[in-house]
Ligand binder design. Structure first.
Ligand SMILES: Cc1cc2nc3c(=O)[nH]c(=O)nc-3n(C[C@H](O)[C@H](O)[C@H](O)COP(=O)(O)OP(=O)(O)OC[C@H]3O[C@@H](n4cnc5c(N)ncnc54)[C@H](O)[C@@H]3O)c2cc1C
Ligand code: SF4
Ligand code: SF4
Ligand code: SF4
Length: 366
C-alpha cells in the first residue's frame, strides 16, 4: 500500500507538532477534525479553547502531521488516497468522486423522521447496522446539554444515542479525536464514523497513510460522509452571529438549515431567520475556503440533500462496505428508496457544485 503514497517518501523527518502548528493551525487551515488528537500515542494533543494544543511532551514521530487532512501535502495529493481506497483514480466525468450507485432515499422510522436533518438516511443506516450486529458503536455529533447547538463528539453505543444525535449542527465537531478513546479506553470493535468530508479524509489518512497512526483506526468498520459546503466555529456562528447580531435565543431554535443559498432557522414550524448564506461567509472556518471536497469522496457511503427533493437524502454508494450498510437498512425495510436518475435535479446539480468546489483548491497557498 505504501508505494501508492509518493508524498510519504518525500516527507523529511523529524516532524513534530510544531510543524503542524506552523503549517496548519497558525495558517488558519485547521478544520477541527480532531485527527491529530487521536493520532498521538503520548496523548499529548488536546483541543483547548477551540484550537489543537500540545499539552504534553512531543517526540516528533510525525503521526499527527501525517494524519492531518489540511496540510498542503494532504490537500495536493488526494489522488493517492483515491487510488488506495478504490484501486483507481477517477475518470473525467466523475466530478463527485468515485461511486457505484446513487439514490434518493428517506427513512420510514417515525422517531428518526422527527429529529433528522433531511431524509434521515444517516441515522437509519446506523440504526439498522446496530440492529443487524454490523457495528457496536458509532462516532456521531450529539448536542451539548448546556450550550444549545454546540456539537459534542460522542461514541454512541445504543440505538437511542444514535437517534438522539440526528440533525445537523452547523459547527465544527472534532469527532475523529474519539478514535483515540475508542482505542485506549473502550472494548469496541466495529465502529461507524460519521463526518464531513475533511473528517472522512482524516480517518482515511489514519487508516491508509504510512506515517499516520494506523493502529488507532483499526476498529473503524464504516465511514459515512456528509456533503459539506462550509462549516463554522461554534463561537463565531452561534454566539457572535446568531445570538449577538441576530438576537435569537438559541435554546428556542429547533432546526438550522442551509438550502438553496439561504441560511435558515426555525422555531417549530415558524421560520425565524432567512439570510443569504453568503452573509455567514466571514464566520466560516478558514479551511473551508480552500476545501475541494463537497461530497465526502473517500467515504464508504456519502449522504447529503443536494440533488434530491425536500425531505429526501441523496445517497452515493462508493464501496462494498457502503453497499453492505445500505443493504442492511433495505433488508429491515427501513428506507423508501429511488434511483437518483428518477428525481430532479439529481446528480447533475451534485456534479456542478462539486466541480465548483474542487476549484477552491486553486486558492491554496503552497
Ligand atoms: C457542517 C455541515 C455542513 C453541511 N453542508 C451541506 C451542504 O452544503 N449540502 C448538503 O447537501 N448537505 C450538507 N450537509 C449534510 C446535511 O446537513 C445532512 O447531514 C445530510 O443530508 C444527512 O441528512 P440525514 O437526514 O440523513 O441525517 P441525520 O439522520 O439527521 O443524521 C445526521 C448525522 O450527522 C451528524 N452530525 C451532525 N452535525 C455534525 C457535525 N457538525 N459534524 C459531523 N457530524 C455531524 C449527526 O451526528 C448524525 O449522525 C452538511 C452537514 C454538516 C454537518
Ligand atoms: S503525534 Fe508525534 S509529532 Fe504529534 S504531538 Fe504526538 S509525539 Fe509529537
Ligand atoms: S485539521 Fe484536524 S488534524 Fe489538522 S490540526 Fe486541525 S484538528 Fe488537527
Ligand atoms: S467545507 Fe471542507 S474543510 Fe470546511 S468543514 Fe466542510 S469538509 Fe471540512
Amino acid at each position: 500500500m505504501s508505494t501508492v503514497f509518493e508524498s510519504f517518501q518525500k516527507m523529511k523527518y523529524p516532524v513534530s507538532f510544531g510543524l503542524l502548528t506552523r503549517n496548519v493551525i497558525k495558517a488558519d487551515r485547521c478544520c477541527l477534525c480532531g485527527t491529530c488528537v487521536a493520532s498521538c500515542s503520548l496523548q499529548a494533543i488536546d483541543i483547548v479553547n477551540g484550537v489543537p494544543k500540545l499539552v504534553g511532551p512531543c517526540y516528533a514521530c510525525g503521526s499527527c502531521y501525517s494524519g492531518c487532512p489540511q496540510t498542503v501535502e494532504a490537500l495536493t495529493n488526494r489522488k493517492e488516497m483515491e487510488l488506495a481506497i478504490f484501486g483507481r483514480t477517477r475518470n473525467e466525468d466523475e466530478s463527485s468522486g468515485i461511486f457505484k450507485a446513487s439514490y434518493a432515499a428517506r427513512t420510514k422510522i417515525g422517531t428518526i423522521k422527527d429529529k433528522c436533518q433531511d431524509g434521515g438516511v444517516v441515522t437509519t443506516l446506523l440504526f439498522a447496522a446496530f440492529e443487524e450486529g454490523l457495528i457496536d458503536s458509532a462516532i456521531v455529533s450529539a448536542m451539548s446539554d448546556k450550550e444549545p447547538w454546540k456539537p459534542i463528539p460522542k461514541i454512541a453505543t445504543t440505538p437511542d444515542e444514535i437517534v438522539n444525535a440526528a440533525g445537523t449542527k452547523y459547527a465544527a465537531s472534532p469527532n475523529i479525536s474519539l478514535l483515540g478513546q475508542a482505542h485506549w479506553g473502550r472494548s469496541l470493535n466495529g465502529i461507524a464514523v460519521v463526518g464531513v468530508p475533511c473528517q472522512v479524509y482524516g480517518v482515511r489518512r489514519m487508516q491508509f497513510f504510512p506515517g499516520a497512526a494506523t493502529r488507532y483506526a483499526e476498529k473503524v468498520k464504516y465511514v459515512i460522509g456528509l456533503f459539506c459546503m462550509e462549516n463554522y466555529p461554534y463561537e463565531k456562528l452561534f454566539l457572535k452571529y446568531i445570538k449577538e447580531e441576530k438576537g435569537l435565543n438559541l435554546a428556542e431554535i429547533t432546526k438550522f438549515d442551509i438550502k438553496k443559498g439561504k441560511f435558515l432557522a426555525y422555531k417549530g414550524k415558524e421560520l425565524v431567520l432567512e439570510v443569504p448564506v453568503s452573509e455567514t461567509k466571514d464566520y466560516t472556518l478558514g479551511s473551508c475556503h480552500t476545501c475541494p471536497d463537497l461530497t465526502a469522496e473517500f467515504a464508504d457511503i456519502s449522504v447529503g440533500s443536494i440533488g434530491s427533493p425536500a425531505g429526501w437524502s441523496t445517497v452515493l454508494v462508493r464501496t462494498d462496505k457502503g453497499e453492505e450498510l445500505l443493504n442492511a437498512a433495505i433488508k429491515k425495510d427501513y428506507l423508501e428508496i429511488k434511483d437518483l436518475k428518477d428525481v430532479e435535479p439529481g446528480i447533475k446539480l451534485v456534479h456542478k457544485l462539486s466541480k465548483a468546489k474542487a476549484k477552491q483548491i486553486e486558492k491554496l497557498k503552497t
